[in-house]
Each structure stands twice: as structure tokens, then as C-alpha cells.
Design a protein around this ligand. Structure first.
Ligand SMILES: Nc1nc2c(c(=O)[nH]1)N(C=O)[C@@H](CNc1ccc(C(=O)N[C@@H](CCC(=O)O)C(=O)O)cc1)CN2
Ligand SMILES: Nc1ncnc2c1ncn2[C@@H]1O[C@H](COP(=O)(O)OP(=O)(O)OP(=O)(O)O)[C@@H](O)[C@H]1O
Length: 215
């Protein structure tokens, strides 16, 4: 009997399509809930938490990555009430780091990273996200700040649902130090990690380093 069944049938790592659909549906609902909660914060409350988060990040960066001069860091231009780290991005530039922004240039493809300075004239990319223009230098980041919609204690990230960071982290070589950044309140018991989900090396919130994966 067993010999008649394709060996893949018993593959314990195979994804059950029904379960994958359930997880995807659950994530869509959790994303909505978390985005609504973040949107309901006052602007000044969000600003205060973002500033606290930026201070935590600065300490983490110097502890983990050493001097920032010459380092290539990817940050993000805030959308959907994400923590606004633009003041930190300016300080990183002043410290001599190269700052890049992610660009979803093609659907279902890895992100590109383009150099950003305070003089860069941003254009509107997909979903109206401001991005550096196509002639901005392409950079390969050594450190990636990945904005979190949600996160869990195992270091997994719930993002905006495009799968862009997962696709990107799957192909970046050498692999950068990946730091998930978001608000403490966005913690979930688990995001039900799927085979494509790439865990963060660190998760930092306004409360400090919340997850650190060995590695
Ligand atoms: N500030 C910032 N920039 C970023 C990201 C980010 O999360 N934050 N990205 C990080 O990847 C990339 C853009 N990713 C995005 C992915 C999906 C959607 C989006 O609109 N998604 C659908 C929901 C899809 C679903 O739930 O299945 C939507 O909300 O309608 C927007 C941006 C690149 N730049
Ligand atoms: N490496 C990959 N290769 C192919 N598809 C992928 C990969 N990573 C993610 N996906 C697909 O992208 C979709 C969204 O994934 P997921 O819910 O993890 O997004 P997210 O991490 O929240 O989004 P984002 O990174 O854009 O903020 C899923 O359907 C998933 O199958």
C-alpha cells in the first residue's frame, strides 16, 4: 500500500493548503485590527513612542553593528502610521552611514534598495509609497530595518501583506542584520509562521530589544 502512495504525500514539511488559507485569512483580519489600533493612537502619542523606539534602536545599532560610518542601512518612509524614524535617518546620515529605502519596483519580486539623502526628491511608487527615483544608486543593505504591523516572541513579522521582505531576505546575499521595528502593543502570541516567513534577528520596540535570535 505505502509503496503506491507518492513519497511526497508523507512529507512532514509539506504545507497543507487548507491550513495555509486559514492562516492567510487570519493574517488579513489581524492586520486590519492592528492597523486600526495603530491608527487610533494620538499623533503625539505615536510621536513619543517613535522617538523612544529610535533611541532604543540607536543603542542597539552601536552595540550590534559598531561604528556606523560607511555602513549601509535600509530604513523606510513611514506609511499607515508606522513609527516615523525620519529623525533617526537624518542622524544616521550625520554619523556617516549610507541610508537606503526599499522600493517595490515589481509585484511579487524582491525589494530593491535605493540610496536616500535629505536632498533626494522622492517619487510616488506602488501604493503611493514615496521612493527614491530610478536613477538613485542601488545599494545592498548590511542592516535592514523592517517595519512591523505585528510581531511575535519567536521573532516573526507580520507585514503589510505583500510578502516583500520575506522574498527579499530569502535572496539577499550576504544576509543582512534584520531588525524588526514596531510598537510594543503590536505583539501577538504567534503569527503562525509559514515556511516562507523569515524571522528577524532582533525585534526592537519602544520598550527595548524584545527578541534576539541566536546566530
Ligand atoms: N514604509 C514602508 N515601506 C515599504 C514597506 C512597508 O511595509 N513600509 N514594504 C514592506 O513590504 C514594501 C511595500 N509593501 C506593501 C505591501 C502590501 C501593501 C498592500 O497594500 N497590501 C494590501 C493587502 C494585501 C493582503 O492583505 O493580502 C492592502 O492593504 O490592500 C502595501 C505595501 C516596501 N516599502
Ligand atoms: N519567498 C517567497 N516566495 C514566494 N512567495 C512568497 C515568499 N514570501 C512570501 N510570499 C507570499 O507573499 C504573500 C504574503 O506573505 P505574508 O503574509 O508573509 O506578507 P508580509 O510579510 O506581511 O508582507 P510584507 O513583507 O510585504 O510587509 C503570501 O501569499 C506568501 O505566500
Amino acid at each position: 500500500m505505502a509503496a503506491e502512495v507518492a513519497p511526497g504525500y508523507f512529507d512532514p514539511l509539506a504545507v497543507d493548503p487548507e491550513q495555509a488559507r486559514d492562516v492567510a485569512r487570519w493574517r488579513t483580519a489581524e492586520r486590519q485590527r492592528l492597523l486600526a489600533a495603530r491608527g487610533a493612537m494620538s499623533a503625539s502619542g505615536r510621536r513619543g513612542l517613535a522617538d523612544a523606539l529610535a533611541a532604543r534602536l540607536e543603542a542597539v545599532l552601536s552595540a550590534e553593528a559598531g561604528p556606523l560610518r560607511g555602513r549601509i542601512l535600509s530604513a523606510y518612509w513611514p506609511i499607515r502610521n508606522e513609527p516615523d524614524l525620519r529623525p533617526l535617518m537624518i542622524r544616521l546620515l550625520a554619523a556617516g552611514a549610507d541610508v537606503a529605502l526599499p522600493v517595490a519596483a515589481r509585484p511579487a519580486a524582491p525589494l530593491q534598495f535605493r540610496r536616500w539623502t535629505s536632498d533626494t526628491r522622492l517619487e510616488r511608487g506602488v501604493w503611493n509609497i514615496p521612493v527614491p527615483p530610478a536613477d538613485a544608486p542601488a545599494l545592498t543593505p548590511q542592516i535592514v530595518l523592517a517595519p512591523l504591523v505585528g510581531w511575535d516572541g519567536a521573532g516573526y513579522r507580520l507585514g503589510n501583506g505583500g510578502g516583500y521582505f520575506d522574498r527579499t531576505l530569502a535572496v539577499l546575499d550576504p544576509r543582512p542584520l534584520v531588525i524588526g521595528v514596531g510598537f510594543e502593543d503590536a505583539r501577538l502570541p504567534t503569527i503562525f509562521p509559514q515556511p516562507h516567513d523569515v524571522p528577524m534577528d532582533l525585534i526592537v520596540t519602544e520598550a527595548g530589544v524584545r527578541v534576539r535570535r541566536a546566530g
